[in-house]
Design a protein. Structure first.
Lengths: 352, 357
């Protein structure tokens, strides 16, 4: 292996590694870049069919609509990087939305207090998951599936069958007004969450530990990382962000009831955004930027489906197909990987 | 493996360990039986409405949850092999809708049923192909196909899905009885016995469990891992499809969303029945008893006047308590904590993907 003597990776053709083409191909291998291209492509295609698609009102709608999914997906990403999964985010979002929705409707709750409340609600419910997974040791998928029903029941009990229909203006303004044309307020919040999560995951000891635990929990344990505490933290973060997602949902949609969260398939959407964003269920790989782009892509693709008059009942199927494509693209020997892996014809007689 | 065998490899220690593992499973099943009897006794003593149903009434209650049991049997096959299928609920909806749709278009109801089961098997085959041929994670694939099947069911069903099937069909697949025993119960017992024998007494079943326990060992033993897994997914789809037919027969109507509420109870039943969620361990008899335990618990709560959401919350709580108990038992039986940790973290995302042979 001559690759040992130079920093060139073994799967890159020799001699071309420094060239512009190679740099471009390296970029194309990044899931984030692929997603930006996909977002532009879907936008261009839809605009060609329906010129209104690129109107600034539609763009800001697509962005604003993606934010609640985006924030939940960032939490999901943290859990998935730690090699877990959180199937209970939809009722957590719902409980947070009605938990501040009723006080806001009836007593005009201050929005900063509401922010504090949703974070507390999310943290408390996230602790439930964390206890089951990291302290008791129940497999994440089963633990969070069980919590899905328990929290779903709690949400019904808390709502008492009532509905939040009327939120104060301050909430609605946050959820639906634009900072600049095409740039809604909520996308700023979403971007801030993504940026903080990115810095947390790449620049802090805890964040790096999550990667290590997801990559190889045994090795992480031997290296002195408190594996259980780290896993616990991931579920608390996920719960906390699902709670924040609930507040954003309330501000954006303006209503909440006992099925909020489940009726819009928040579980599926957050997992889909995470997977499309390049975070793998095997743990240790991926990041919140991809998930955020994944959420925007999903929102755009669904909007494009509506624009091309595909009945709304096919929406879940569309998300399902996108998940499959993302998973196939990520797998070993996937067509997408092959496409980017061997860009040039290999000279004959050179052993690999 | 060369050199002197360690203590752990000595035949005596291995036999004792195997016996302990087997005894653990027996204790678990026995505990479920005791719980079931205790539960029925409790409801008879405390809930007058339950007591007044009588024997035939209580047996008839089972029609409300046997379809969950059918799905659980298929799910158990897949989970024993170390995989998972989240698309079973949607598959039930789809098969019920396909059956009803074909019947509405003038097909004989039994032919329509056969074709719907074929569609269910094909759906399972699609899952199996994606998972075994493309080396994909079953959790992700079936999460995706769950929503695809659901959308197809909604699209096929249209605005007013068919209802009011011929009485011969409703009687056999739905609410008919033989003496005091519901038809459904008879069919369920026959299927359950067949699947249990398949898993416990045939070469195929042993292979399936070995795949879940240790995939590499299964491959070295000469088991065709991909083909066995594929057939497990087909069986799972088929059983979920059959459950969909029974649901439609019982309610005398097809609904495109009826399966959604069946998935979690089915997985709960499998786990409560003592099947290891990572595969390789468990008995089908446990799954069958857990079906009745959870089913009577839910129905009893409903008769007591609790809401269905409370009942489903109780399902979740039972699942968590069952698992806590099981983990505690494993620890007492001397399964080393480190082994548990390694096992859990080794496949925390669910079963490992099928590696290429």
């Amino acid at each position: 292996m001559t690759a040992l003597s130079s920093p060139v990776r073994a799967d890159e053709p020799m001699g071309t590694s420094r060239s512009f083409a190679s740099t471009a191909l390296n970029l194309l291998r990044q899931r984030e870049v692929q997603l930006v291209l996909a977002i532009l492509a879907v936008g261009a295609l839809s605009a060609a069919l329906h010129p209104d698609f690129l109107a600034s009102s539609n763009i800001s709608f697509i962005l604003a609509d993606s934010v609640s999914t985006m924030i939940v997906a960032v939490g999901q990403t943290v859990v998935v990087i730690g090699r877990g999964i959180d199937l209970s985010v939809s009722p957590i979002l719902g409980i947070a939305a009605i938990g501040v929705g009723f006080p806001a409707q009836d007593h005009n709750l201050n929005i900063f207090l509401a922010l504090l409340f949703v974070l507390l609600i999310g943290t408390a419910l996230g602790i439930g998951n964390g206890v089951l997974v990291s302290i008791i040791g129940i497999p994440p998928i089963i633990a969070t599936l069980a919590m899905l029903t328990i929290y779903g029941g709690l949400q019904f009990i808390f709502s008492g069958g009532e509905e939040v229909v009327n939120i104060p203006n301050g909430y609605g303004n946050i959820g639906n007004s634009n900072l600049l044309p095409g740039v809604p307020w909520v996308i700023i919040i979403g971007a801030a969450v993504v940026a903080i999560a990115y810095l947390f995951l790449t620049r802090t000891i805890t964040g790096r530990s999550i990667h290590a635990v997801g990559n190889n929990a045994d090795a992480a344990f031997r290296a002195g990382i408190p594996v259980r505490r780290i896993l616990f933290t991931t579920y608390v973060i996920s719960g906390c962000l699902a709670g924040l997602g609930g507040l954003i949902y309330l501000c954006h949609v303006g209503s909440a009831d006992s099925t909020t969260g489940s009726d819009t398939n928040v579980n599926l959407m957050s997992i889909a955004a995470t997977l499309i964003g390049g975070t793998t269920l095997l743990g240790g790989r991926g990041g919140p930027v991809g998930s955020a782009l994944g959420a925007v892509f999903l929102s755009e693709a669904l909007q494009a489906m509506i624009a091309s008059r595909i009945p709304v009942i096919w929406e879940p199927a569309g998300v399902g197909v996108l998940i499959l494509i993302a998973v196939v693209a990520e797998g070993k020997g996937s067509p997408v990987r092959q496409l980017f892996r061997q860009p040039f014809r290999q000279p004959s007689g050179v052993p690999r | 493996m060369s050199g002197t065998p360690s203590l752990a490899q000595s035949p005596v220690v291995r036999r004792v360990r195997a016996q302990t593992a087997g005894r653990q499973e027996t204790i678990w099943v026995a505990a479920l039986v005791v719980l079931l009897i205790g539960l029925l006794a409790y409801f008879c003593l405390v809930v007058p409405d339950f007591r007044e149903l009588g024997v035939s009434g209580v047996l008839a209650l089972s029609e409300q949850f046997l379809f969950t049991g059918l799905i659980a049997l298929g799910e158990a096959l897949v989970i024993l092999a170390g995989e998972i299928d989240l698309s079973t609920g949607a598959m039930s909806s789809l098969s019920g809708i396909v059956m009803a749709g074909l019947w509405q278009h003038g097909l004989n109801i039994w032919l329509a049923t056969a074709l719907a089961l074929l569609v269910a098997a094909l759906g399972g085959a699609l899952n199996g192909l994606l998972i075994t041929r493309l080396n994909l994670n079953s959790l992700l694939v079936t999460l995706a196909t769950q929503f695809i099947f659901g959308s197809v069911a909604t699209a096929v069903g249209g605005n007013t899905p068919p209802y009011n099937f011929p009485s011969s069909f409703v009687s056999l697949a739905g609410t008919g009885t033989i003496g005091p025993i519901p038809d459904q119960l008879v069919i369920f017992v026959v299927v359950a016995v067949a699947v249990s024998l398949l898993v416990a007494r045939t070469r195929y079943g042993r292979g399936l469990v070995l795949i879940g326990y240790n995939r590499a060992a299964a491959r070295y033993t000469g088991i065709n891992v991909q083909r066995t897994l594929f057939s497990a997914f087909v069986s799972c789809g088929l059983l979920a499809g059959a459950a969909g037919i029974f649901v439609s027969g019982f309610y005398n109507a097809a609904r495109d969303d009826i399966g959604d509420s069946l998935l979690l109870p089915a997985i709960t039943v499998v786990v409560l029945g003592g099947v290891d969620i990572f595969g390789g361990k468990g008995r089908l008899s446990g799954v069958v008893i857990a079906t009745f335990l959870l089913g009577f618990l839910t129905q009893g709560l409903l008769i007591e006047g609790k809401s269905s959401l409370t009942a489903s919350m109780v399902t979740g709580i039972v699942l968590v308590l069952g698992l806590i108990l099981k983990i505690a038992l494993d620890r007492r039986a001397g399964v080393h904590l480190k082994e548990l940790l390694a096992r859990r973290f080794a496949s925390a995302q669910g079963p490992p993907a099928v590696s290429d042979a």
